[in-house]
Design a protein. Structure first.
Length: 255
């Protein structure tokens, strides 16, 4: 049985939350693997704190917009969303419920509908892609730069806070210069972070410009376009038929 449409907030948003849920679960494995390296673990724990804040905001948003808050909390695993948002290691496994919900919603909508929606809402899809890319670069850039730099002679990126700070100032293209790589591998990683950062902030600037400068469609115009799409979906109706009706309307003849 497909999930109720009332659970679906936005296709791009749901995929973003699902990707973060998957990444947070992967991080549980990475924390176990990096058990012998406290600094790498600290990077992962810092990222988990960011995820916890995002998941708590997601829970609040879903609770506030749910048609029935009681149904969302008890029947649609809202309680799991709340507990999984807490920065407690024992409860992080509950984030799998978010991943299951996203999979269920996407399956209910259908692959083609998901793709059409993402293409139609290119601006929104780009925004969530940028956010996800920024988070991925922040985490894996910090882990990689710390790994290749911490053991080098004269290295100044030796702790989790050093690597996170360096990645943040580099991806934002600020580059204070207080932290910098001294190895060839570290400089390659830094160059990749810079290039990705320029792309992220350049695209984000374009998104904001499009958001604030593009004139909004009048409500009646939106309704007319929706009705036109509905007419084109009727059997036997062609684009030429619609053109003839529009021409008659412009000439002032109702039929």
């Amino acid at each position: 049985m497909s999930a109720p449409r009332s659970e679906l907030k936005n296709i791009g948003y749901e995929i973003f939350i699902g990707a973060l849920s998957l990444l947070s679960i992967v991080n549980l494995v990475l924390v176990a693997v990096a058990r012998g390296d406290g600094d790498l673990q600290n990077v992962l724990l810092a990222m988990d704190a960011i995820f916890s804040v995002i998941f708590l905001i997601d829970f609040t948003y879903r609770l506030a917009t749910a048609p029935s808050r009681k149904d969302y909390f008890f029947r649609h695993f809202g309680w799991a969303d709340l507990l999984a948002s807490l920065p407690l290691a024992q409860l992080k496994f509950l984030r799998i419920f978010r991943l299951v919900r996203v999979f269920r919603l996407m399956r209910g909508v259908g692959g083609r509908s998901v793709l059409r929606t993402l293409v139609r809402d290119r601006a929104g899809s780009a925004l969530f892609t940028l956010l996800l890319t920024g988070i991925l670069v922040l985490q894996f850039g910090s882990l990689t730069i710390l790994r290749v730099e911490s053991g080098a002679p004269d290295a100044n990126i030796t702790t989790a806070s050093d690597s996170l700070w360096y990645t943040v100032v580099t991806i934002s293209t600020v580059g204070y210069g207080d932290q910098y790589p001294v190895t060839t591998a570290g400089r390659i990683v830094g160059a990749i972070i810079i290039v990705v950062g320029v792309g992220i902030f350049g695209t984000f600037t374009g998104y904001l410009a499009n958001l604030f400068l593009t004139p909004r469609k009048a409500p009646e115009r939106v309704d007319a376009l929706a009705q036109l799409r509905h007419v084109l979906d009727l059997p036997g109706v062609t684009v030429e038929d619609v053109d003839r009706v529009l021409a008659l309307h412009r000439d002032g003849r109702p039929d």
